[in-house]
Ligand binder design. Structure first.
Ligand code: GLC
Length: 649
């Protein structure tokens, strides 16, 4: 649904406390007007009648979202709970390899429990899940490339198709809410969540945000539709030194114009939920610290709900309210008053309900704010059709084939990898030739999929846990003939000259969120963080056969040393379960490289963004292909190991 765009009113600039010396936002993005579709009067009347018949405790229960590990279906009934989630690493019966049927059965139990209350009008439950690159918590689900690779595809239509496929996967498990897309504009490669960002280009993030929301939500009420989540509002990818959950230090105009761009796309597509960021904001123009986003009434109630007209629900992040000064994970009147409607309080949900009721009774929260929050929650539930048709009525419920999207994912892999070097046309690999494969990542679905894969961190997984998918090693054996491929993880003791080519598959080991931060002043250099990869590459480089290096990484990481030891170099980012898509482009034929970097690639270990003093090795938009070859030659290497100079805190 395209909203008529409107220039943002002068009031927003005045709200910014700044004279209207520049148009908001910059670049001059037109801001989506409030929802063009007039509210559904009959629906609003129905909602008002339900809210009027609820007690305060029932209303606050509706605003509470525990994790399924810490609440039973019976307690969902007893406390009138409005939503549950499965955080990373939560599975039915805590069985990582639970089947689709297991997921659907558990979803049914919780859904039935939510309806089994003494409310005059039973209120259906919302179950939220982090389906951020496919339904990644579920064994057997095809897992797509993470966003950083998808950005390199520069293909919004592909993103919409991935959204449709992801929604199908989620509905197969009986779940109706995806905590995606992440709309972060990644500013600093030190950030552990860089891979969850599509690009450092806000215009691409806006186009993709609109496409992904359309893909996930469809028309909201179909059997293969789920609610989408625009996250994390606002400025998660713009924190100082890329510290996860840190402080975005910029003008209001940059915060809204650069980091708000994705939200305009998501709103244009009718996104129904927004998740708040852990990060804070320091306004460098006004020299004012606005604190954590979870307490920012101006940006949540004022801008998102007021100026931009968002009329869906706003959800907090996992215990995010505890970071607001004066708050705890089980109490935060500031966050309620800031405009958050649904509270992700995974464990301490009982105390949260008690404390919030007490805050209302003590006058710290107006009951009208509670009524507004519940009204929004019911509006989203009605718009998604849950009041008229239970989640499990979907024809997809419990269907294992609903998890299969391998062909689409393989296409996405082909489009999301970037050829940085191909001197002397080492690529494409020739069928029938003998190839030596080295590198610990060559046969690791964990390193291939990264964080948010089966587990929260993407760790503690073996290949069999994925139940589907193909490592690059397996794919090369299939494409070249098993007898033509020899694998040695560290490349030691092998006579490289007996082979026609070497494929070195290097990679980060999985991480999520702050665990992926490379904290200043540590240089962001792959061979520093992963010395075994450098050793494996040195074991085969210059030993009588050309070397093709493939790098799995959640960020553009300084790698001139690795690139110089390679004759060809592919930035594969985090491609997901379908390693066959990589083999497709390494062998060429009908598949050429089309990926182009969606972030600049650093030319020094201390350059972590695109500031004027950053050394950029490959600009955003760079990428070679068989059709457009270019010789790279040796890259400059520092005379001494990098030491990142102190930047004023
Ligand atoms: C996490 C993440 C958020 C996710 C939520 C639920 O901390 O910040 O992206 O949706 O918790 O798992």
């Amino acid at each position: 649904m395209k909203r008529p765009a409107l220039k943002v009113s002068l009031s927003l600039l005045l709200l910014a406390g700044c004279a209207p010396i520049q148009t908001f936002p910059r670049p001059p993005l037109e801001v989506a007007a409030p929802a063009a579709a007039a509210p559904d009067a009959a629906m609003e009347r129905r909602i008002a009648a339900i809210v009027a018949g609820m007690t305060l405790e029932q209303k606050v229960g509706q605003m509470t979202q525990p994790d399924v590990r810490y609440i039973t279906p019976e307690q969902v009934s007893q406390y009138y709970i409005g939503s549950v989630l499965n955080g990373g690493g939560a599975w039915p019966d805590m069985n990582k390899r639970a089947s689709v049927a297991d997921w659907a059965a558990l979803a049914d139990r919780f859904a039935d429990a939510a309806l089994a209350t003494d409310l005059p009008t039973p209120i259906p439950l919302l179950w939220g899940t982090d389906a951020v690159h496919g339904h990644n918590n579920v064994s057997g689900a095809t897992i797509f490339p993470h966003n950083i690779g998808l950005g390199a595809a520069n293909d919004p239509a592909l993103i919409e198709r991935i959204g449709r496929a992801t929604a199908r996967q989620v509905r197969a498990t009986g779940i109706t809410w995806a905590f995606a897309p992440t709309l972060a504009v990644g500013d600093n490669r030190r950030w552990g969540r860089t891979y969850e960002s599509w690009s450092s280009d806000p215009a691409l993030v806006r186009r993709y945000g609109e496409a992904m929301v359309r893909g996930l939500q469809g028309d909201l009420t179909g059997d293969a539709d789920v609610l989408a989540t625009a996250k994390h509002y606002l400025g998660d990818g713009g924190t100082f030194n890329g510290v996860d959950q840190g402080q975005a230090r910029m003008t209001r105009e940059d915060l809204l114009g650069r980091h708000g761009a994705g939200y305009l796309g998501a709103l244009d597509a009718g996104v129904q939920t927004v998740m708040i960021s852990y990060s804070g904001w320091y306004d460098t123009a006004a020299d004012q610290d606005h604190g954590k986003m979870h307490g920012n009434r101006d940006l949540i109630a004022g801008v998102l709900k007021g100026e931009l007209g968002f009329d869906g629900l706003v959800v907090s992040d996992w215990n995010g309210i505890e970071q607001v000064p004066g708050c705890a994970r089980d109490r935060c009147s500031q966050a309620v008053n800031a405009g958050i409607d649904m509270f992700m309080v995974p464990e301490d949900w009982r105390a949260f309900i008690t404390n919030t009721v007490e805050d209302v009774r003590a006058g710290r929260i107006a009951e009208s704010r509670i009524d507004d929050a519940v009204t929004r929650i019911l509006r989203v539930k009605m718009r998604s059709g849950l009041f008229d048709r239970p989640a499990d009525a979907s024809v997809l419920t419990g269907r294992a084939d609903g998890l299969d999207a391998r062909a689409l994912a393989r296409e996405a892999v082909r489009k999301s990898v970037v050829l940085l070097k191909n001197d002397d046309a080492v690529l494409p690999l020739q069928r029938g030739r003998r190839v030596l494969v080295v590198g610990a990542s060559a046969d690791s679905l964990s390193n291939q999929t990264g964080g948010w894969s089966l587990t929260w961190q993407g760790t503690e997984n073996v290949n069999a846990d994925f139940a589907t998918g193909q490592t690059l090693l397996t794919a090369l054996r299939e494409a070249l003939g098993a007898d033509n491929v020899v694998y040695s993880a560290d490349g030691s003791g092998v006579d490289v000259s007996r082979f026609d080519a070497v494929v070195a598959v290097l990679g980060e080991t999985p991480y999520a969120e702050y665990n992926g931060d490379v904290r200043f002043p540590v240089p962001v250099q792959h061979s520093l963080q992963h010395p075994a990869d450098l050793a494996a590459l040195r074991a085969v480089s210059g030993k009588g056969a050309p070397v093709v290096t493939v790098l799995y990484s959640g960020r553009p990481a300084y790698a001139n040393d690795l690139i110089n030891l390679s004759d060809a170099f592919v930035a594969a980012f985090l491609p997901g379960t379908e390693g066959g898509g990589l083999a497709d482009v390494l062998l060429g034929g009908q598949h050429d490289f089309t990926g182009r970097l969606s972030f600049a690639w650093p030319g020094s270990a201390c350059s972590t963004g695109e500031d004027p003093d950053d050394v950029v090795q490959f600009a955003r938009g760079y990428g070679l292909s068989y059709a457009r070859p270019a010789r790279l030659g040796p890259l400059p290497l520092p005379a001494t190991p990098a030491t990142c100079e102190t930047i004023a805190p």
